[in-house]
Design a binder for this molecule. Structure first.
Ligand SMILES: [Zn+2]
Length: 301
């Protein structure tokens, strides 16, 4: 019986880049948005009920002579606006707590899915160049990277209801003071939730790019791969001209590549909505002089 070494593939390109998974991005966005949807339904229901309870008071309050309104305002008694605000704050406290609990789970779920994606991407990249199947172990560097991704995402998720709370309090105050009806208030609240949903989608996209890059980088460093080349990934909207020019240029993974548009060295995926990636340069498996030259050049980028 003989052991056959796998043959290196014929292409002379460096390894394939590890791409962020669009399936993970979509699933993550959906997870956050469905929490917001649940919150919207619950809040609107409670506010609607409170509004109806306060309707008689709102009308009676409106009918009061000015001096009595003023007296009651000074006394800070149970005015309809205060009652509505109190109802909102009660609900918001519950939802912020709920988001806080769920944020830890969501962030861990996202980080572990992304780790799987990054590891598979790195393994495929290495196999593409060398024919070798790599196995990964849990390292201290990886645990640190995972912990920082979980913490950052948990705090971004918790910020969703916090930002909404401030906006919604303002809406309710204005609505009750100006005597607007519930329909208008509901529309205004819906539109604030639409903004929050867009923010959730942005968090999912941006964090998916960043976390995939961070975990991929640790995986490569664990394997002793320090030099890579930039792979530009175009996007019809917001394509960066400088990144187009950076395509194929070698650089040190620990340092990044100089981007004249921002005046500093950056890594692929670091800037908002950047989908660029990198591919490993492995000198032992370089098949052309050009590949070897690229490897040398990386240290001077
Ligand atoms: Zn880019």
């Amino acid at each position: 019986m003989s052991i056959r070494r796998p043959l290196p593939p014929r292409n002379t390109r460096p390894g394939k880049p590890a791409r962020p998974s669009q399936a993970i991005r979509a699933a993550y966005a959906k997870r956050l948005q469905s929490r917001l949807d649940e919150m919207r339904t619950s809040l609107l229901w409670w506010l609607g009920a409170e509004y109806k309870r306060q309707q008689a008071k709102i009308a009676a309050y409106d009918a009061l002579p000015l001096w009595r309104k003023t007296l009651r305002m000074i006394a800070r008694d149970a005015s309809p606006a205060n009652a509505m605000l109190a109802a909102l704050r009660r609900r918001m406290r519950q939802w912020t707590r709920h988001f806080g609990d769920a944020a830890a789970d969501d962030a861990k779920w996202f980080a572990s899915r992304t780790l799987g994606q990054s590891s598979a991407g790195v393994a495929a990249g290495i196999k593409g160049v060398t024919g070798i199947t790599v196995r990964f172990r849990a390292t201290r560097a990886m645990q640190n990277a995972m912990a920082s991704i979980v913490a950052e995402n948990a705090s971004l998720i918790t910020s969703l209801p916090q930002r909404l709370g401030v906006d919604l309090e303002g809406l309710i105050m204005r609505s009750v003071r100006s005597g607007r009806d519930l329909g208008q208030l509901t529309d205004d609240i819906e539109s604030r939730f639409d903004v929050a949903r867009n923010r959730a989608a942005f968090i999912a996209e941006d964090q998916n790019n960043k976390a995939t890059e961070a975990l991929t980088r640790v995986r490569y460093q664990e394997l002793g791969i320090t030099r890579v080349e930039w792979v530009h990934v175009s996007r019809s909207i917001q394509a960066r001209k400088t990144h187009e020019d950076m395509d194929g240029r070698p650089f040190l993974l620990s340092e990044g590549l100089y981007d004249p548009a921002v005046g500093r060295k950056i890594r692929p995926g670091e800037l908002p909505r950047c989908r660029c990636q990198y591919a490993p340069l492995i000198p032992a498996f370089a098949q052309t002089q050009a590949d070897l030259a690229k490897y040398e050049e990386a240290a001077n980028a």
